[in-house]
Design a protein around this ligand. Structure first.
Ligand code: ASP
Length: 367
């Protein structure tokens, strides 16, 4: 393990090194040419939140749990002191199943603040993989900087002999300082692949080759000679969400054979519901009994967004009959395009800061 200095709040001077790196942009070099002083390296801020990348085996508990700080993660990356000046902000240290909308807001605010600094080239968020794509999409919607925010995790805990965290973190930092990453929004980097936040999803519970963009593929790759892109994300938008905002209550329900709407009625009866995301089947169709319950939600003026449990493709009012897409449109449901339920919930939470009008929400989902 090589010694890596963690620079705190040091400013200025990265632009010169960045220009040197820009000269290598066609295949960005992963090491700095001789003559580039440490103070001229680009600055990257790590926002550390926990997850497997920060986990070690806990004998007493009998499993892996987040324990390492962001600074410890940085220290495990070989050769980092020739790539970037790194600062660390510890935002949280949780399994990502315990990420919350309040924590999304904290990460987003920290990312915005850091990216607003002229000396910062990009931020890297270390995160558990289970809900990584939700945080990444929230950041993509809310950070609003031309500079990149990279979200990175690991499938093997830091205490494992084949830990993938240090390599992934190095790739993420290389992606954060690559000039070609500008304007790409929030990116997810694992296993040498760079994915768009809106498209990426975890596809395997254990394999290190897990984050994919089904139907689209990676935007680019981190290769031995640097970062290389092949395409850019088109479906990005910015939604202003104030750091102190109260994100509402949006639940997700699923359609399945025999779904009778009991779960929906239970959620509605509890009160305080701001929106509902439905994981429909196929192109966006539901059991008729579930539809009856959704009519009650719509009658209460609550926005309902239709997604699908199918992994690729969009939802569309195509079929007729009670519970079909056509009837869902008739009662004012919003169609989520190709967003999966958990990302449709992220977009709905952000959209609800602006409006609860289904037509306006539909326009936001269509962007
Ligand atoms: N349970 C972990 C988490 O999401 C899984 C991981 O990081 O890969 O925090």
């Amino acid at each position: 393990m090589s010694e890596t200095r963690v620079h705190r709040r040091e400013r200025g001077g990265w632009a010169a090194a960045w220009m040197v790196l820009a000269g290598l942009a066609a295949g960005l070099g992963s090491s700095i040419p001789a003559g580039v002083a440490a103070q001229d390296l680009p600055t990257v801020v790590i926002l550390s939140t926990g997850g497997t990348i920060a986990s070690v085996y806990d004998d007493a508990a009998g499993g892996f749990a987040p324990a390492l700080t962001g600074e410890q993660l940085v220290q495990a990356v070989p050769g980092l002191d020739t790539i970037a000046r790194v600062e660390v902000v510890q935002v949280a240290n949780v399994a990502s199943t315990n990420m919350t909308p309040a924590l999304w807001l904290a990460v987003s605010a920290a990312a915005r603040d850091m990216l607003a600094r002229p000396d910062v080239a990009g931020v890297v968020v270390t995160h558990g993989t289970d809900t990584l794509e939700e945080t990444a999409y929230f950041l993509d919607l809310t950070v609003g900087s031309d500079k990149p925010a990279i979200v990175v995790g690991a499938q093997r805990a830091a205490s494992e002999p084949d830990a993938d965290g240090p390599g992934n973190l190095r790739d993420a930092i290389l992606t954060a300082i690559a000039p070609a990453s500008r304007g790409m929004g929030t990116l997810v980097v694992l296993n040498g692949e760079i994915h768009a936040a809106r498209e990426v999803t975890k596809t395997h519970t254990l394999n290190v080759d897990t984050f994919k963009s089904p139907g689209f593929g990676a935007l680019g790759f981190v290769e031995p000679d640097g970062v290389r892109y092949y395409r850019a994300p088109l479906r990005r938008q910015h939604l202003e969400v104030a750091p102190g905002a109260r994100l509402g209550r949006v639940e997700i329900v699923t359609n399945y054979a025999g779904a009778d709407g009991r779960v929906v009625r239970g959620v509605l009866a509890q009160g305080g519901l701001d929106g509902l995301v439905v994981e429909a089947s196929g192109v966006g169709n539901l059991a008729s009994d579930l539809f009856d319950a959704l009519e009650e939600v719509r009658a209460a003026g609550i926005p309902v967004v239709i997604t699908t449990r199918v992994h690729t493709g969009r939802t569309l009012p195509l079929y007729a009959g009670r519970g079909s897409g056509v009837t869902l449109r008739e009662i004012g449901c919003v169609f989520a395009d190709n967003l999966p339920p958990h990302k449709a919930r992220v977009l709905l939470l952000a959209a609800l800061q602006r409006t609860s009008d289904p037509a306006e929400i539909q326009a936001i989902f269509a962007r």
